[in-house]
Design a protein around this ligand. Structure first.
Ligand SMILES: [Zn+2]
Ligand SMILES: [Zn+2]
Length: 103
């Protein structure tokens, strides 16, 4: 690890934070924790076409996305967090299919 920090292995942001010996920024560490949590939950099937949905993270919110019709579904708890003001930016990301923000 260099004095000036390294690039996060996941998103490329400069960071001095490390997880398991790999440069990982704190935001990514939190997201990975969320994904680990999410992976313990059952995947659900798309209510429209029955395709098994995959879990994604958008701005710290776990979402289920159907790979077939690209619809996005939120758990009840995630809706609560949205109400708490997490946001327009997360909704935009979901709507546009970007789970990693630009720039
Ligand atoms: Zn990162
Ligand atoms: Zn679907």
């Amino acid at each position: 690890m260099s004095l000036f920090g390294e690039k996060c292995a996941r998103c490329g942001t400069k960071t001095r934070h490390e997880v398991d010996g790999k440069a990982t920024c704190e935001a990514c560490e939190k997201e990975m924790e969320l994904l680990v949590e999410a992976s313990k939950e059952e995947s659900r099937n798309c209510p429209i076409d029955g395709t098994r949905m995959s879990k994604e993270i958008a701005h710290m919110i776990v979402i289920d996305r159907c790979p077939n019709c690209h619809d996005v579904w939120l758990d009840g708890g995630e809706l609560e967090r949205l109400k708490g003001g997490v946001e327009a930016s997360a909704l935009m990301a979901m709507a546009n299919g970007f789970t990693v923000p630009f720039g």
